[in-house]
Design a protein around this ligand. Structure first.
Ligand code: C2E
Ligand code: CA
Length: 598
């Protein structure tokens, strides 16, 4: 390596022996190393330091006995003075190798040359050893710092993971696992007489919103529900969780009895009454709650939630209730229902299901113009079971589709037998909402009509209002297109929208029995009568005929007749009965006043 600072190197060497010459060499040394390394601190201090080191080397060269270790210490000090880059060492060795002896006025004597080489060799060892130790120390320091940073990051990550595992990403609320944790802790910490409750809130509208408006809107809805429930829950100190999909749970840590839990549920449902607004559109939340409340000592988290879940199912099944409180007795009946559900498939295959028929009577002359087919189960040990005991079950277990088809085929066969009569009745078959979702429903109806040779106009399909609103309207239109009659069953039991009546090819509306409640007594003309009057008139204006359900008294039949209601169905005329008995009724006129001859 050449001399770094050309100008300085050309300068004439002073010929005096030590003091000023070593000072001059120190300046040269500093210039040389400053070109390849950053020298910290003021220059003058660095120069003084180098001059001091030169003095030590000079001493080392001249002291007897000769000790090359001085060179080692100079190397150490050089690094200590932070002149520690490898280039510094190279330049130092070159510079001192060439200039130190002349600067000391020693000349190039072999003995002095040898000492200088040994000193500089040791300087290199001291320099590199110190540098290596310093580097190792620095690496260790870096390692330690890195490890600390890593540990901190791990902790943050762990906390994040834990949060993610215990919270629902959509709403940010605690999830099912966290809920179980919290409830288990509450139970473990509960005093002897302490009670605990859970209110499970289900957003029943969610599935429809997801299906019709998309999951993004459904997610919006859930976030808004969470936002509404949270403040009230926080105020009361009730932990709130979002379980899955449409389920939220409110933990009621220290209830004094079921009333407390009911109040909490009512408060929660109240904040969900107002529709949520998503993208400027109001969306009804439609929430129902299941409540469980009991002594904490007998509780466990899983069972509590299971009970709240069952109660929510009861609330959902009951149109007239917003919430239900868990009742162990009712639950055991449900367990029996599940036993029934297990044998349903075999029962369908072995023909245990059959139909009774109830006449649909023309009010003007009491003629039987149609019959409603009503499902029954001849259970081998429990005897005759009514539809209330198995239709819901079949719907919940997905068996309503095969069962519904089986019943539809039997009804068509029976109706076909009645077609040979002079005034053949139509047969009216109930369709469960799930059947409308069946992709091959239209094909199945066509097949049943073909097999039985029943004219399509002699088949009426009864669907509920909610089905009429929610179902794919094209399926209903295709059914009507076959010539099949469509009837809205239980009309007036909940939905206020009547728009679908104008949009769908509905042939008949079957008024729910509750419209007749106020018409039991002769001469009744209260509000029920007015509503009935309006409903019947409106249907007739739309070209829809009206059947009144649940006609039990002569007064009701007369009143309906006066309001020009078309047909009636009810115990007044006949209870649901066997096809054989019904055949006899087809031959005669059914009881009731004012019957005109056919
Ligand atoms: P729904 O369609 O409203 O059927 C009429 C129900 O009212 C029948 O009960 C009938 O026995 C009863 N009923 C008839 N007249 C009177 C009356 O004057 N007073 C009173 N209190 N009740 C009367 P049922 O046979 O127990 O059927 C109950 C429900 O089960 C039906 O209500 C219908 O929704 C459903 N259902 C019956 N058969 C089937 C079926 O084959 N498939 C489906 N999906 N549902 C069915
Ligand atoms: Ca019906």
């Amino acid at each position: 390596m050449g001399y770094p600072d050309g100008a300085a190197a050309q300068r004439p060497e002073p010929d005096t022996a030590s003091g000023p010459t070593l000072a001059w060499l120190a300046r040269q040394w500093l210039r040389s190393v400053a070109g390849v390394a950053f020298i910290p601190g003021p220059r003058v201090r660095a120069r003084e330091c180098l001059e001091f080191l030169l003095h030590r080397l000079a001493q080392g060269l001249q002291t007897e006995p000769f000790d090359p270790a001085i060179g080692y210490l100079v190397g150490v000090d050089l690094v200590g003075a932070r002149m520690s880059s490898p280039d510094v060492l190279g330049r130092t060795l070159t510079l001192l190798g060439e200039r130190l002896l002349p600067a000391l006025g020693v000349g190039r004597q072999p003995a002095a040359e040898l000492r200088l080489q040994q000193l500089l060799g040791q300087l290199a060892v001291g320099f590199t050893t110190t540098l290596r130790d310093a580097a190792a120390g620095a690496a260790e320091e870096i390692n330690r710092a890195e490890r600390a940073v890593w540990r901190r990051q791990q902790l943050i990550l762990q906390r994040r993971m834990q949060h993610a595992l215990l919270h629902d990403p959509l709403t940010g609320l605690p999830n099912r696992s966290k809920l179980f944790d919290s409830v288990a802790t509450l139970i473990a910490d509960a005093g002897r007489d302490q009670r605990i409750g859970i209110c499970l809130i289900r957003i029943t509208r969610l599935a429809t919103v997801n299906d019709t408006l998309g999951h993004e809107v459904g997610d919006h809805l859930l976030r808004q529900v969470a936002r509404r429930l949270r403040p009230a829950a926080n105020r009361q100190g009730h932990p709130l969780a979002h379980l899955d999909g449409d389920e939220f749970a409110l933990v009621l840590p220290a209830t004094t009895g079921p009333d407390d839990a009911v109040k909490a549920a009512e408060a929660a449902l109240r904040v969900l009454v107002e529709p949520c607004v998503v993208d400027g559109h109001p969306i009804e939340v439609a929430a129902k709650a299941g409540i469980v409340e009991q002594p904490a000592a007998d509780a466990n988290a899983v069972e509590l939630l299971r009970r709240a879940h069952i109660a929510a199912g009861w609330a959902i099944a009951d149109r007239n209730r917003q919430y239900a409180v868990f009742d162990p007795q009712r639950s055991s009946v449900d367990i029996d229902r599940h036993r029934l559900a297990a044998i349903l498939p075999t029962a369908i295959r072995s023909g245990q299901f059959y139909l009774d028929y109830q006449p649909l009577v023309r009010l003007s002359d009491r003629a039987v113009v149609g019959v409603e087919a009503l499902a029954r189960w001849r259970h081998p040990t429990l005897g005759k079971l009514g539809p209330d005991q198995f239709i819901g079950l079949a719907e919940q277990t997905g068996l309503i589709q095969p069962l519904g088809l089986h019943l539809l085929e039997r009804a068509c066969e029976q109706a076909a037998r009645w077609q040979r009569r002079l005034w053949p009745p139509y047969v009216s078959v109930n369709l469960a909402p799930a059947q409308l979702q069946q992709p091959d429903l239209v094909a199945a109806v066509v097949a049943a009509l073909d097999r039985s040779r029943l004219p399509p106009c002699r088949l009426q399909l009864e669907i509920t209002e909610s089905t009429a609103i929610d179902a794919h309207h094209d399926v209903l239109r295709r059914l009507a297109g076959l010539g099949v009659r469509l009837a809205i069953d239980d009309f007036g039991t909940g939905y206020s929208s009547l728009a679908y009546l104008t949009e769908l090819p509905v042939r008949t509306v079957k008024l729910a029995a509750r419209f007749l409640d106020g018409l039991r007594e002769p001469g009744a003309a209260g509000p029920s009568s007015k509503i009935l009057d309006h409903l019947i008139t409106m249907c007739h204006d739309l070209g829809i005929s009206v059947t009144a359900e649940g006609v039990e008294s002569v007064a009701q039949a007369r009143h309906l007749e006066r309001l020009h209601c078309d047909t009636g169905q009810g115990y007044l005329f006949a209870r649901p009965t066997t096809p054989r008995r019904l055949t006899r009724m087809l031959d005669g006129r059914l009881p009731g006043p004012g019957a005109a001859p056919r």
